[in-house]
Design a binder for this molecule. Structure first.
Ligand code: ATP
Length: 251
């Protein structure tokens, strides 16, 4: 497994986005990024996944083993980005198909079952709900065996109970990988993360997480206390940032 270090200033479209980043994503652990909408979380995800964009890093993105991240990162983007003309098995196995290797159909079917879509394998994405499409995208990431996994709001379209089940599934199947989880949900961060940061324009501040093993019980006192602390920090941050949009109410 490999850890990932990101440090420096991030720019987008010629303007500064976040200054003074110093993030160390520990090898084999789950790290979480939270922060207000537009702060740059998805941009960091794209940077780590090596996807193109109008961003520029004045600093360094490095791995603990010194090897390139190319070909070693699986990413679940905010939008599921499924192939509309392909069935669910073909969607889940797209990585193998693109690499020209034999797709593991049995594993794809098993994963579709694990994400609650058994019996729907022959459907196309248009015949799914938003939350079902998001679970196909989750299965597509879970089938990859990349050491680094970036999950950008992977459970945002799910109802609360399904979300908890998918968190448990991802925690089980991605155990031992270096996972970078982006979320707006304080409970999700507290349940899954070994470490994490709250991002703001001026950099990143570490999260205060329980010492108990993940995935943490959502009923446990230490989980709920950490969730409340994090919610309070997010609330304080939004008051400080004063990001009020002008309101064009009709007169
Ligand atoms: N092509 C672009 N040119 C200039 N700025 C851009 C471009 N694409 C995105 N941005 C800006 O970059 C900033 C960071 O976007 P990003 O998607 O990384 O934020 P985020 O923290 O993931 O937000 P959210 O929580 O809403 O998903 C935003 O303010 C956005 O407006």
């Amino acid at each position: 497994m490999t850890g990932v270090q990101l440090q420096g200033d991030l720019w987008i479209g010629g303007a500064p986005l976040i200054r003074g980043l110093a993030l160390g994503f520990a090898a084999g652990r789950w790290s979480c990024l939270l922060g207000p909408s537009g702060v740059g979380k998805s941009t960091i995800a794209r940077l780590i996944a090596g996807l193109p964009g109008p961003y520029r890093l004045e600093g360094a993105l490095a791995t603990a083993d010194g090897q390139s991240l190319a070909g070693r990162v699986a990413m679940l983007a905010q939008e599921p980005q499924l192939l509309p003309w392909a069935d669910l098995v073909q969607n889940v196995t797209i990585g193998a198909r693109l690499r020209g290797v034999r797709p593991d159909i049995a594993r794809a079917r098993a994963l579709l079952g694990e994400v609650g879509l058994a019996g729907m394998e022959a459907r196309h994405p248009a015949a799914l709900s938003g939350g079902q499409r998001q679970r196909v995208a989750l299965a597509r990431v879970l089938i990859e065996e990349c050491p680094v996994v970036v999950l950008d709001e992977p459970f945002s379209a799910l109802d609360t109970v399904t979300r908890l089940a998918m968190q448990d599934l991802a925690a089980r199947l991605l155990r031992g990988r270096t996972v970078i989880l982006i979320t707006h949900d304080p409970l999700e961060a507290v349940r899954l993360a070994d470490q994490g940061w709250l991002l703001g324009r001026g950099g990143a501040e570490p999260l205060d997480l329980p010492a108990s093993p993940t995935p943490r019980d959502f009923r446990a006192a230490d989980t709920l206390a950490a969730q409340a602390r994090l919610l309070a920090r997010l609330h304080d941050q939004s008051l400080k940032t004063d990001r009020k949009e002008p309101c064009h109410a009709p007169h």
